[in-house]
Write a protein that binds this ligand. Structure first.
Ligand code: IYT
Ligand code: CU
Ligand code: CU
Length: 332
């Protein structure tokens, strides 16, 4: 039974083009400290593009807490494996050089996220992430979070990773990710709304199909919306995604299939609750917070959106109501 289930899960989706697989796995690493984040890179052929159409995880939650796949213009290190947690710079006891997944200050985006035994993610038909060639993604970097290391005590090694399903046939629809987030701070013993928004200023029709939320420990709920103003200036809010960010932080299907066009706004809100005695700032460590809503989409044509980020200053300086939104939804 297990074998049949495995074969069914691995069977490629019926498509009008051939799909190959690239095994992008950790090169048999041996984590020796808990809560280690390891990264490994692959350079994508700059001579011709590839189109990633699916992500097949090779991991179990017994070993890997989560995996992220980054698209980089330059990798964070020249090493085959390095220590790349959010706070990698702070710790280097693991025997691996420490730096971020993509080289700091250069192009970086999250292309895929896995957690909690999530199954294969297939993009919609005719949709792919363009990598290599003249695209912005020159390198892919795989990040694996190893929370527990007991199973490595006997000397065994790990090859967690992702089988990338790809085609070389140019696809009519290109995938991309927009990252909505905030700066700011959370007051002691307070509930805070961290809010962001931006207006679409590109003449493209954007089809969102998946979303991912990310906060640290204080996140209660994260939601993302498309906001469309009618000719009377009334805002209409359509929910794209909403989650408890402490559930597995992977990509989930959007809640409403709508398009985003020139003049629409994207908006996201993180409700945070602090019982701490000090201010909590945006930052990389567990003492800090983050407020992120990732939106994965496709567009028809040869380029995804130029805009990859939608950040505001966050509280106390930025809130939706001071940004002249109306009919702002309640958190419920
Ligand atoms: C300050 C903040 O919100 N950092 C987030 C979002 C972020 C992701 C990428 C910011 C930049 C990036 O290039 I990719 I500049 C953040 O670090 N989020 C974590 C990962 O570390 C990416 C997450 O899991 O979403
Ligand atoms: Cu993790
Ligand atoms: Cu974070």
């Amino acid at each position: 039974v297990a074998l049949v289930a495995l074969a069914a899960a691995a069977a490629p989706a019926a498509r009008g083009y051939g799909v190959n697989k690239f095994s992008f796995l950790m090169p048999n690493v041996r984590p020796t400290v808990p809560e280690l984040y390891l990264c490994t890179p692959v350079k994508v052929d700059p001579m011709r593009p590839y189109y990633i159409v699916g992500f097949e995880p090779n991991a179990t939650m017994a070993t890997a807490h989560h995996m992220l796949l980054y698209g980089c213009s330059e990798p964070g290190s020249a090493k085959p494996v390095w220590n790349c947690g959010e706070m990698a710079a702070a710790s280097d006891e693991a025997g691996y050089e420490a730096s971020s997944p993509c080289k700091q200050g250069t192009g970086s985006e999250i292309v895929y996220a896995w957690a909690r035994d999530a199954p294969t993610l297939s993009l919609p038909e005719d949709v792919g992430f363009k990598v290599g060639g003249d695209s912005d993604i020159k390198y892919l970097v795989l990040q694996v979070h190893y929370a527990h290391i007991d199973k490595f005590k006997d000397g065994s090694t790990d090859d967690s990773g992702i089988f990338l399903h790809y085609t070389q046939r140019p696809l009519p629809r290109l995938a991309g990710v927009v990252l909505l987030g905030t700066g700011g701070r959370i007051a002691p013993h307070a509930e805070e709304h961290m809010e962001t928004s931006c207006e679409m200023r590109e003449h493209k029709v954007v089809h969102p199909f998946a979303y991912r939320t990310h906060t640290h420990a204080l996140g209660k709920v994260v939601s993302g919306y498309r906001v469309r103003s009618d000719r009377h200036g009334e805002d209409h809010w359509t929910l794209l995604g909403k989650r408890d960010p402490l559930t597995p932080q992977m990509f989930y299907p959007v809640l409403n299939n709508v398009t985003i066009q020139y003049g629409d706004k994207l908006a996201a809100r993180c409700t945070m609750e602090s019982t701490r005695d000090d201010y909590t700032m945006i930052g990389a460590t567990n003492k800090d917070e983050m407020c992120n809503f990732y939106l994965m989409y496709w567009v028809e044509g040869t380029k995804p959106l130029d805009v990859k980020y939608c950040f505001t200053e966050g509280p106390p300086r930025y809130h939706w109501d001071s940004a002249h939104f109306n009919h702002i939804p309640d958190e419920e």
